[in-house]
Design a protein around this ligand. Structure first.
Ligand code: FAD
Length: 543
């Protein structure tokens, strides 16, 4: 969808006959909703979310749905987020979201072939041959592509064929998801807790519920069985049988677990399906191999605690799509593609560690905190990390660490540092209220202060010279309406504080909404400087 949004019409193959059949991912975070907003899907997804879940749900920990509340991880998913984003976090099931993405991808011109498996890949210097097998007929054919994106899931056949290893904490448990319906509404058991995710911690099991809005069903994930809170039990069984609920699971056993998690004896329940899967915390050694780029669970697999898996995959795709499009349409040099691994792998590593820490803290304290990172606020993961690559030009004397560890901060403290996501501020454009984020779409964007007209002109001239899509704006100084063409009005002081910008300074934002470069003042505002900046970020050799 994102490639098609950038004007590249990809061929997508999926071996299943359609989109997801299970709800799986449900929690979608601020950055994901910002990406969906830029693709014109925010309203549709928010509407679908309201049909499935109450808004602003929470995440709590209970002995059972009918039992005691042990604690609350989030009382309200969206408390305090409006300072940072024009959108919200929400719950929507993956099987409801995927058809929305599919429809938009097809509308934008992507070709989707279901029931088709990619059975071989061969790379050379100019492109990739892919063998496709039609699973209904067995017919095989070859297609030629310039690049391949392998978003082929946690078992990633492409990653395995390329010999790319995974490392970190490995398999944590053989878990199950029980999809069920209850004869009566379960919401009265929640005693007013807003529905979202309910972790269950009792001597029979540890896992979590996501209930449908009607309260008559949903699913229960079971990660562990037995009383793992008792150190003498944990010490007696080093092979951890409690972490292997999937092995030999039957409907009868699943029903027992479901009843123990609901906490109402004898309640009539129907189990529709039981999915078995492994909770894993691992990241790939490389995210790319020449012309093949890997994204999503193919390169980072996390336990679902925190709801990061699907979100992080979409963020990978968003990082990669504009780069591939720029290289394919000739506005960037191929070197830009190497920045995908440099930017996304550290984020993958950070996310895997944070998901592992949440798994240990929320589900499996017996694993111990040694080797687990301290948990940071979700905002750091969604909006607070900073890329360090050759598609970013750091400030002179930049104090951020570059020792391979991903720098991350609270988004309030980032202040448009190169490599970070450009902050959200509401402004006025042609009489309409827009977020700065709404300006970042297919083009580069230059934002200059009220005395930054020279930057605006220089950027436009440089972009014209290089044939690069770029929109340049000045942001007016005070509280005024937009006073002219190419000038944004609104709270100029707030803008300059969020972007830490002098009145004659400027910031260059990439199409993915990350800051590529900035200038503290107007002393170097020339076409030559802007040409050099754009050329360097885009890995052009003609700059
Ligand atoms: C119980 C549960 C709850 C979760 N909750 C959340 C949550 O709240 N938030 C969140 O962000 N994430 C969540 N996740 C994780 C999320 O579901 C995954 O991270 C996400 O589905 C990964 O997407 P993907 O496209 O990378 O891989 P997948 O969804 O695994 O898709 C890969 C696809 O590639 C296809 N494929 C593989 N090989 C080939 C081939 N050779 N040819 C053609 N097709 C191929 C497969 O058929 C598959 O459909 C949850 C997961 C579980 C199990």
């Amino acid at each position: 969808m994102l490639l098609a949004h950038h004007g590249v019409q990809p061929l997508v193959v999926e071996r299943h006959s359609g989109t997801a059949i299970h709800p799986r991912a449900g929690h979608f975070n601020l950055r994901t909703l910002e990406i969906l907003r830029s693709a014109g899907l925010e309203d549709t997804v928010r509407r679908r979310s309201r049909e499935q879940y109450p808004p602003d749900g929470g995440i709590s920990n209970v002995e059972s749905l009918a039992g005691r509340e042990i604690g609350v991880f989030f009382a309200d998913l969206n408390a305090g987020v409006d300072e940072f984003s024009p959108t919200i976090r929400l719950f929507v099931n993956q099987d409801a979201l995927e058809p929305i993405l599919r429809a938009r991808a097809e509308e934008l011109g992507a070709q989707l072939r279901y029931g088709t498996e990619c059975t071989a890949l061969e790379q050379d210097d100019d492109g990739v041959f892919a063998e496709l097998t039609d699973l209904a007929t067995g017919a095989r054919s070859w297609v030629r592509a310039r690049y391949v994106v392998a978003a082929d899931g946690n078992r990633s056949p492409v990653r395995n064929r390329l010999g790319i290893g995974m490392r970190s904490h490995g398999v944590l448990s053989n878990s199950i998801t029980i999809y069920f319906r209850a004869e009566r509404d379960l919401t009265p058991l929640l005693a007013g807790r807003n529905q979202g995710v309910h972790y269950v911690t009792n001597p029979v099991l540890r896992g979590f519920f996501r209930l449908d809005r009607g309260g008559n069903g949903g699913f229960l994930v079971v990660n562990l069985v037995g009383d793992t809170a008792r150190p003498e039990i944990v010490a007696a069984y080093p092979e951890a049988p409690w972490a292997n609920v999937a092995e030999g699971i039957t409907k009868e056993r699943a029903l027992e677990l479901l009843r123990a998690a609901i906490g109402v004896p004898g309640m009539p329940l129907v189990i529709h399906d039981i999915a078995t899967w492994q909770a894993v915390a691992d990241v790939a050694e490389r995210f790319a191999d020449r012309r093949v780029f890997l994204a999503g669970d193919a390169v980072h697999v996390v336990p679902p605690n925190g709801g990061f898996g699907g979100n992080t995959g979409m963020h990978d795709a968003h990082n990669l799509a504009w780069k591939l499009a720029a290289v394919v349409n000739g506005t960037a040099g191929p070197g830009l593609l190497a920045t995908y691994d440099a930017e996304r792998r550290p984020v993958g590593e950070f996310t895997v560690e944070q998901a592992y820490s949440r798994y240990v803290g929320r589900v499996a304290p017996y694993l111990g905190t040694e080797g687990a990172q301290p948990v940071v606020d979700d905002l750091y993961l969604e909006l607070g990390y900073r890329y360090d690559s050759t598609a970013i030009i750091a400030d002179p004397g930049d104090p951020w660490p570059t020792d391979g560890k991903l720098p991350h901060r609270h988004p309030r403290d980032l202040r448009a540092q190169p490599g970070s996501r450009a902050p959200h501020v509401f402004l006025n454009r042609d009489g309409a209220r827009v977020s700065t984020l709404d300006l970042f779409d297919k083009n580069f964007v230059l934002l200059a202060g009220p005395l930054g007209a020279a930057w605006q002109e220089a950027a436009q001239a440089a972009a014209g010279r290089l044939g690069v899509g770029l929109d340049a704006y000045q942001v007016a100084g005070g509280d005024e309406e937009a006073p002219g063409d190419g000038i944004l009005g609104g709270d100029g002081n707030r803008f300059r504080s969020a972007y830490q910008m002098a009145p004659d300074g400027a910031v260059l934002v990439r199409p993915d909404g990350f800051v590529a470069w900035r200038s503290a003042d107007g002393s170097r505002a020339t076409t030559e400087v802007m040409t050099a900046v754009l050329s360097r970020v885009l890995h052009r050799e003609d700059g």
